[in-house]
Write a protein that binds this ligand. Structure first.
Ligand code: FAD
Length: 288
């Protein structure tokens, strides 16, 4: 199907884009177009105007310091997957970005388009929840920061206001912290490579014992969720395969999403299997 008619405006700067968005109530931002254009062709999205932000240079790029990795909203998945500096400072980012879609999707799709879209099968939402990243949104009233744990509100719904633009996302550089490891694993849908279930795990070790365990499951519920019982069962334990398997058995994620490819029960099963594997890998990377 063809999309309905709309106006097109190519923004020349961030301020220009904010102004265009504020002046046109039915407008939507266009970044890589890999979620929005298919939605428009299905007529699920019918914007009266597309505000193309794709050429705003200030929204593109990665900055790495000892403490954090800051990624501009327009940075493509391919750039995140291939850049050497963030790979060292926050390795799980490149690991997840490399698993998104296929080369065409990774070359066009952006982190700043993926997160506001809040699709349950996408990879970055799970990741930013596990890392408790900070999102920066800019609108007519200026800039504000939103913690990842407060960003996702429901299926395809976030804390961003209609007139705000996600401008950057900041991640902790856990790669520079001794005793920290992370891993991202997903079960891919065979047709699209979207995550049927994706799991991000982080593990911190002190004197050989677990000082911090984070396990976040995406794809089983409307928004990514922490596997809290799994996380707390590991506190103070040695990260052995037996302890991790026993903690994974206590996982109590209630899957609410299901379709003809993977039922909710199957997703709950996948979550358990992937969470155990991801945490084992994170423990190995943390030096356990
Ligand atoms: C075949 C296929 C396979 C895919 N597989 C995967 C996968 O395995 N994993 C995965 O995670 N994703 C996957 N995707 C989605 C892909 O990652 C998209 O690129 C991404 O979801 C959207 O990014 P975009 O830059 O294309 O955004 P767009 O499509 O341009 O925009 C998406 C939405 O975000 C809004 N938006 C865009 N930029 C901003 C901004 N800076 N601030 C506020 N709102 C903004 C738009 O208005 C729109 O509502 C797949 C897509 C396709 C087509």
């Amino acid at each position: 199907m063809y999309s309905s008619n709309m106006d097109y405006y190519r923004a020349t700067s961030l301020n220009d884009a904010i102004k265009a968005l504020a002046q046109n109530k039915g407008a939507k931002l266009l970044a890589g177009g890999h979620s929005l254009i298919p939605a428009m062709k299905l007529r699920v999205a019918n914007p009266s105007m597309l505000v193309d932000i794709g050429r705003i240079k200030s929204l593109n790029g990665i900055k790495v310091t000892r403490k954090e990795v800051k990624i501009g909203a327009l940075t493509t998945h391919a750039t995140v997957a291939a850049s050497a500096e963030p790979k060292e400072a926050c390795p799980i980012l490149a690991e997840a970005a490399a698993l998104i879609g296929d080369p065409q999707v990774r070359n066009r799709g952006t982190i700043g388009g993926s997160l506001p879209n809040a699709a349950p099968a996408s990879d970055y939402p799970t990741l930013i929840t596990a890392l408790d990243a900070t999102l920066t949104a800019t609108g007519p009233k200026g800039e504000r920061q939103i913690q990842a744990r407060k960003f996702f509100k429901d299926l395809f719904t976030t804390a961003l206001k209609r007139d705000e633009i996600l401008t950057s996302i900041t991640f902790p550089a856990y790669g520079n912290m001794p005793g920290m490891g992370g891993a991202y694993l997903k079960h891919r849908h065979p047709a699209s490579n979207y995550a049927v279930v994706g799991v991000a795990a982080m593990l911190g070790l002190e004197d050989g014992k677990v000082s911090r365990a984070v396990v976040v499951i995406g794809g089983a519920t409307s928004n990514p969720v922490h596997a809290k019982s799994f996380e707390s069962a590991l506190a103070g334990m040695e990260p052995t395969e037996e302890n991790i398997a026993a903690a994974a058995d206590q996982m109590d994620i209630e899957a609410t999403l299901g379709d003809s490819y993977a039922s909710a029960d199957y997703r709950a099963h996948l979550a358990k299997v992937l969470a155990k594997r991801a945490l084992l890998l994170a423990a190995e990377r943390a030096g356990g």
